[in-house]
Design a protein around this ligand. Sequence first.
Ligand code: FMN
Ligand code: SF4
Length: 688
Amino acid sequence: MARDPRYDILFEPIKIGPVTAPNRFYQVPHCNGMGRVFPDSMIAMRGMKAEGGWGIVCTEQCDFHPTADITPYTETRLWDDADIGYLAGMCDAVHEHGSLAGLELVHNGHGVGNLYSREIPIGPSHRPVEYYNYPGQARAMDKQDILDYRRWHRNAALRGKEAGFDLVIVYHGHDGTVPSHFLSKRQNQRTDEYGGSLENRLRLFRELLEETKDAVGDTMGVICRFAVDEMMGSEGLEWEHEGRDALELIADLPDMWDVNVSDWANDSMTSRFAPEGYQEDYVRFVKQVTSKPVSTVGRYTSPDAMVSAIRKGVVDLIGAARPTIADPFLPRKIEEGRLEDIRECIGCNICVAWDMLSAPIRCTQNPTMSEEWRKGWHPEQIAEKETDSHILVVGSGPAGLEAAHQLGKRGYQVTLAEARRELGGRVTRESGLPGLSAWARVRDYRLGQIQEMMNVEVFLESEMTAAQVLEFGADHVCLATGATWRHDGVGRANRYPVLGMDKDNVLTPDDIMDGKRPPEGPVVIFDDDHYYLGGVVGELLSAEGYDVAIVTPATVVADWTRYTLEQGHIENRLKQVGITILTRRNVLRVSPTEVTVLDTLTDREKTLQGSMVSVTMRLPNDGLYNDLMALGYSEKNAEIKSVRRIGDCYGPSLIASATYEGHKYARELDTELNTDAVPFKRECTSWS
Ligand SMILES: Cc1cc2nc3c(=O)[nH]c(=O)nc-3n(C[C@H](O)[C@H](O)[C@H](O)COP(=O)(O)O)c2cc1C
Ligand code: SF4
């Protein structure tokens, strides 16, 4: 199909200093938990973005000196010539598809502990290192340090040029780089010409821009990545004040502006807290003060929103990180008029979590992310079927839908049976909770694909017994029957059922999603899951007029969401709606009207009035599987060649795990599996 002429503007080339981007799609820097440690994987992932049509494909932040050692994070590095090789490999992979390769140089200053290099961290002023409250300090840079710093940066840009990059990003952003620390009033207490006035605090950044242009600007475009607002009021940069003033002072110095908000938790805000395009209000002034091309970010997945941002004069290029992860082929799909094929990011930040955990990045929507090299998975291509098998998929949650979709794509005959009235399993149910509507994209994308497939048939309200499954006569049976939340309090903190916790006294998220409600009055939510559901259920009940308290054994509410950058946002939201947060508390006893908790810090018991909603752990819905086994099914004697469980019914986990499991099942069907072998290619560290 031809592309809609309304979107032609997105495909116009854009000149950035001495280079020209083939279109307006700009993959902004994003870490990926691979970087220098898994370079083949990183290179293949970047190449895939270029193949998918992103006109500019950048590295993640790339630290350029041993005093900027970001260990334990696994990102790119450019300390000396030895680091040029793999970055050149990335440039080649990007150039192969006609895109420009960009390098983001970074020095995180007092943000890093230099755990590997053991150098003393540096910054504008003496400050404790911010990395996980590491009990070391960054020392204030003296004049010689500043000269050294500028030289390191310049040399890194030159090495980038040698590697083959077309663009270099001078990075001031996220309250996480030395130039941003210098500009910040609260980080910079210097009294010399690098401290005090705005001009002074901006001096280092100006010097870096000038010197980068001087060093490589003849052949490379120089992009300024700049956060114009820290979203903390007058304590930080504000776009109406110093954010704008600083930008005006250097407005035409770089070849392009890449502007956003800070810190990272505000920039990569999840869909629960910010809609698509939410940064436009902060950056719309930028094009009025510079003649250079401008880009911003904001989880853009809709071509209409992209075109509108350009037509309104807010930006010239569309920057994107998460949309490129969820769908590396987003630009190509717009170009080919295949909008319904776009796999839209749901804004869950599981990608961020994997990066934060220093593991190869994964994505809820795109199970092939990071598997491009090690498993040879392509996000848009999958091998044709090996046999004429008919596959019965039972359950249409994220795992079942993904399996049915990919099996259908391979050409198999697929029957998808769903017990409920609606498809989508947990993503449909959870997307009805406050802030989670984007979860439905997991279902909608796959359903849209399946509906076009003649070889995939879908049956609703079709709960199957083991006898019916055997009778059905499929060659392979894939069980994706999900999981159910426990009522009895067992979870991380409690290994045995808690006194009084049973179906009569306790509701779970499943009950709430089924429409059940606690009796009127106060409600205590016991959150031993530490992810999003405890808080989300709290918000729902609070909006319905319940007086809600959240009790958690962790030291903060929704502890794990620190990895999705949401913990602070969640805590603020819960406080705003009046929810009481009680941390370091475990539940001892429950009655219909009272919950007795133990304060694990003081060892004191306290009885709270209210009924209980428990969010602890889930158990797989594997009854059908067990019945099949009990009926005597075995891979040797039944006509069915295989029965497999996938997703939550195999091991309850993230939605990202469910889509991955579904995808893996479909890829592996009819292949010889060797469970003794490592299931992917590995990048082995060499030794001398
Ligand atoms: C997994 C991940 C890693 C990121 N790493 C970086 C980084 O290394 N450097 C940087 O400047 N921004 C980084 N960001 C921020 C993005 O560049 C971008 O500004 C932000 O995610 C908003 O864009 P989006 O809404 O299109 O995702 C990262 C974002 C994500 C999701
Ligand atoms: S993990 Fe979630 S936020 Fe990240 S790209 Fe995928 S869908 Fe988007």
